[in-house]
Every structure is written in structure tokens, then in C-alpha cells.
Design a protein around this ligand. Structure first.
Ligand code: SAH
Length: 258
């Protein structure tokens, strides 16, 4: 059993540029199948009319914005958050369109297409940039993950590929879920994406631990803390075989009991 790589390890060793290059290779303008799977589900969830409101918080945003492109159609206020300084800086670089910021345009174009090309991809980028109101530090292991910032409970929480890395065991996973639920209004939605059967993943040359989860563990964890899981979809892994050990991707949404 290899060691758990905790938050301090992330702060020191998680290189956003290496992560983006490895997991979001967009040269040539192609969006790989995993991303397509997730983007299609997110587009469906956020256009359903069910998951909407004023404010959404993305937990463990990392250096990525793909997960927010459909969310910003259903929420005017988007709050993003991550534990590491470098990830928040990389995200801010994209927000202000700084030279050298990651080019998400193939993904933005793909999502516009999914949503019926109602607006151009540049309008979509503007919309998301305007919707993101705050970039906050976050630690899912704290009772209030956004401490010292205190926010009123919001309508929706999103978290993508974060908890598998942030939690050392299933007990910590349940605690982290409870902690992020403290930010959510009763009756609000949690949208979670991640991987099943995880062992590890690489970022550049650096090894990070991944928590082994199954569909049952996730569903039991959520129902145990008062969620009704309304949808859970998986897709077998086809990519990243060399750089990460896991079996499937999943996307779920669940409603916090009122
Ligand atoms: N959401 C992005 C990034 C996932 S990578 C994506 O979908 O690709 C995992 C992220 O979890 C990293 O950005 C890392 O900094 C963050 N993370 C790790 N431990 C955390 C913790 N304790 N609290 C909040 N975020 C954490």
C-alpha cells in the first residue's frame, strides 16, 4: 500500500501545467472521449431545468474550467475553489485571458455545439468569465471548506475528480462529502464526477494517491448523509492507461433532502 498524498503534498508538488498537458491534451482541436462523456452529461444536467438557481460552488476546481461551461447557463454566480495556490493562479490566468494561459477553445466550441450553437464560443468564454465571481482557497477536510470565508448556503455544489485525491479512506470521503454539504441548501443539488477503482495518478513525474471507490460505496456514502441519488452513469476507461490506475469514470447528481 503506497502512501496518501495529502494537501501539503498537493501544495508543493501538483504542477497545473503538467496536469493540463497530461489530462487535457487539446492540440489539434480534438476533445477526447472521456471529456466528451463528462461534458455531455454536464450539458444535460444543467439544461434539465432541475439543477438551477443563483449560485454554484465548484470544489477542487484545479486549473480547469471545462466543468463550468454548461453550469454557467444555469447559474449566474459561479464560485471556484482549490487548495493549491498554483492552481488558483493558473485559473486566474485564464480568467483574465493572460498570455500563456491554457487554451480551452476546442472544449468551449464542443460545448457550444452540444448546446445547439445558441451563442458563439467567444461569447461563451465571456459568459463564463463574467459568471465566475470568486476564486477561493478550499480544503474539503475542513468543516467549512472555504474558511475563513463564510458564505450563505448555495443552490448547487459541483466537484470533479477532487475527492478521490483529497481523501485518504472512505471515512475521510464521507467526512469530505459532509463538509461540502455544509455549503449546500437543503433541497439543493450535488453534481459529482470522478473515477471508480482508483489507485493512483501521475502529474508529470509525480505520483499521487487515489482512493479506491465503487458505485456502491459512493451511493451508500451519499444516502447515509441525506442525499437522494437521482442519476449515476459510468463509462469504462479508455484513456490515460499509462498515467493513472482506475477502471471507470462516473457522473452523478443527487438532491440534498429538504
Ligand atoms: N477539477 C479538476 C481538477 C482535479 S485534480 C478536474 O476536473 O480536472 C484534483 C484537485 O483536487 C487538485 O486541483 C487539488 O489541488 C485539489 N485538492 C486536493 N486536495 C484537496 C483538498 N483537501 N481540498 C480541496 N481541494 C483539494
Amino acid at each position: 500500500m503506497s502512501e496518501f498524498t495529502g494537501p501539503d503534498f498537493y501544495q508543493k508538488n501538483f504542477d497545473p501545467k503538467a496536469y493540463l498537458a497530461m489530462y487535457y491534451p487539446l492540440e489539434g482541436g480534438t476533445v477526447h472521449e472521456h471529456l466528451q462523456f463528462v461534458l455531455k452529461r454536464l450539458a444535460r444536467i444543467f439544461s434539465s431545468g432541475k439543477v438551477k438557481g443563483e449560485t454554484i460552488i465548484d470544489i477542487g476546481t484545479g486549473p480547469t474550467i471545462y466543468q463550468l461551461l454548461s453550469a454557467c447557463e444555469a447559474f449566474n454566480n459561479v464560485i471556484v475553489s482549490d487548495f493549491t495556490d498554483k492552481n488558483r493562479e493558473e485559473l486566474k490566468a485564464w480568467l483574465i485571458n493572460q498570455p500563456g494561459a491554457f487554451d480551452w477553445s476546442p472544449v468551449v466550441k464542443y460545448v457550444c455545439q452540444l448546446e445547439g450553437n445558441r451563442i458563439s464560443w467567444t461569447e461563451k468564454e465571456d459568459r463564463l468569465r463574467k459568471a465566475i465571481k470568486q476564486v477561493l482557497r478550499c480544503d474539503v477536510m475542513q468543516n467549512n471548506p472555504l474558511s475563513p470565508v463564510v458564505l450563505p448556503q448555495v443552490d448547487c455544489i459541483l466537484s470533479c475528480l477532487c475527492l478521490e485525491g483529497a481523501c485518504k479512506d472512505v471515512e475521510a470521503y464521507v467526512t469530505a462529502l459532509k463538509n461540502i454539504t455544509n455549503l449546500l441548501k437543503p433541497g439543493g443539488y450535488l453534481v459529482l464526477t470522478g473515477v471508480l477503482g482508483s489507485h493512483y495518478y501521475m502529474v508529470g513525474e509525480v505520483w499521487f494517491s487515489g482512493l479506491f471507490l465503487t458505485e456502491d460505496i459512493i451511493k451508500e456514502s451519499l444516502s447515509g448523509i441525506g442525499y437522494i441519488v437521482e442519476n449515476f452513469e459510468t463509462s469504462a476507461k479508455q484513456f490515460w492507461k499509462e498515467v493513472s490506475g482506475f477502471s471507470d469514470f462516473f457522473v452523478l447528481f443527487a438532491r440534498r433532502s429538504a
